[in-house]
Structure formats: C-alpha cells, structure tokens
Design a protein around this ligand. Structure first.
Ligand code: ATP
Length: 202
C-alpha cells in the first residue's frame, strides 16, 4: 500500500493541522535541527499503533500532545491521519473494499487513544495487525530512526530475528498464534472445571 498523505494536528511540535503529501518515488525531509523531522517519523509509527512511550521519546503516551510554548497554550488532544492508496487492493482482507484507506489515531488527555479506519471505530489491535500484515508496521525496519543502525549491529540474535520477521510480514501471525494459545489455555481450564463439576454430580 502506498502512503499518500500524513496529517498531524496537535502532535508534538505540529500544533496546527499540517499535511505532508507523500508523492511517488523517494521522499526526503530536510530542515534545521529541532524543526520536527523526527517528529514526522514518530507520527507515522504512532498512527500505525506504536504503544511504547519510549519509542516516541516520551515518558508517557500523552507526551505526544503539543505541550505549549511561551506564546501558545498546550492542546488537549493530538491526532494523526494517514491516507493510503488502495487502488491496487493491496490492503489485507477486511480493509480492501475501497480505493483509499484513511487511518486516524487520536489521543485525548486523561482518556487515551482511539482509532478509526475510513470513519469507523476500530481497535488498536486491528490497526496494528493491518500494518503488521502489510510489513509496514510501527516496528518496521523500513523506518530507520537515529541510532538504530548501531543498535542493529549490537543486537542479540533473537532481537535481529524479530526485525527479519517484521520485514517478512509474519509478526502479525505470531501475535495471532499467541492469542490462539491463550484461548486454548482458557478452554483447557474450563474443561477441567467441567470435569470437576461432572465428578461432583456423579
Ligand atoms: P534533529 O535534526 O536535531 O534530530 P529534528 O528536526 O528531528 O531535529 P525533532 O526531534 O523532530 O527535530 O523535534 C524536536 C522539537 O519538537 C523540539 O523543539 C521539541 O521541543 C519539540 N517537541 C517535542 N515534543 C513536543 C511536544 N509535546 N509539544 C511541543 N513541542 C514538542
């Protein structure tokens, strides 16, 4: 799926609604130190479901909300929208019935995050799975942040394997397997309880 537009509102230094049009080919973002280049990349990870505040260079997830300056008051919410071209129907099933796909994530102080795809409320997990299956997830190796190359070189084999799995688009399958295993365990526990009850009745 091709990303076509990123819109940030109240996200970190982008207090006013800001559109970043992502054209075909290579997109470069240039600007002086501290102008917000890394914030743009973080917005992309965040809308894809990143839930580790540390990956957003913050202490808590609400740190992504514009914190105010000497001339502008802090905001109460931050919102990022990612528009994707789906004319080739590359979105995973459940999402591939329209020409474009818009994912919106909004965080409101003291309330938390909410997600929408094409205007419909969805769960964080649905959005995370959508991108994990498309190999472009929040942890995708295609998004390289500062210092990440040296981290990769020094990483232990297990951590490197996780990166390769994300690139291969199978990390969503691992998540599903984990959820299926939890359900299986719950069912086994229920069966044991049923056995106990049957024994008591016999
Ligand atoms: P460099 O080239 O030095 O890496 P950069 O262009 O990548 O810089 P960023 O790190 O994206 O810049 O942006 C840093 C700016 O974002 C700082 O000015 C910081 O004060 C501002 N910033 C970060 N979080 C918030 C927030 N919650 N509210 C307001 N401003 C914020």
């Amino acid at each position: 799926m091709r990303f076509s537009k990123l819109r940030l509102t109240g996200f970190k230094s982008f207090v006013d609604p800001t559109d970043l049009i992502i054209a075909d080919g290579l997109t470069g973002v240039v600007g002086p130190n501290g102008c917000g280049k890394s914030n743009l990349l973080e917005a992309l990870r965040w809308v894809m479901g990143e839930n580790r505040p540390k990956a957003m260079r913050g202490g808590g997830m609400e740190d992504v909300i514009f914190a105010g300056t000497s001339s502008r008051a802090a905001r109460n919410f931050a919102e990022v929208s990612l528009l994707m071209d789906n004319t080739e129907r590359l979105a995973p099933s459940g999402f591939n019935d329209s020409d474009s796909l818009e994912i919106i994530r909004r965080i409101t102080r003291d309330i938390g995050s909410a997600y929408k795809t094409n205007g419909k409320d969805v769960r964080a997990r649905d959005v995370q799975m959508l991108f994990a299956d498309a190999s472009t997830g929040a942890h995708s190796p295609a998004l390289v942040r500062q210092g990440q190359i040296s981290e990769l070189i020094n990483a232990k084999p297990k951590a490197r394997r996780r990166i390769l799995e994300e690139a291969a688009g199978i990390s969503g399958l691992y998540q599903r397997r984990h959820e299926a295993e939890l359900k299986l365990k719950g069912t086994e526990q229920n069966l044991l309880r049923v056995d106990d009850v049957v024994e008591q009745l016999a």
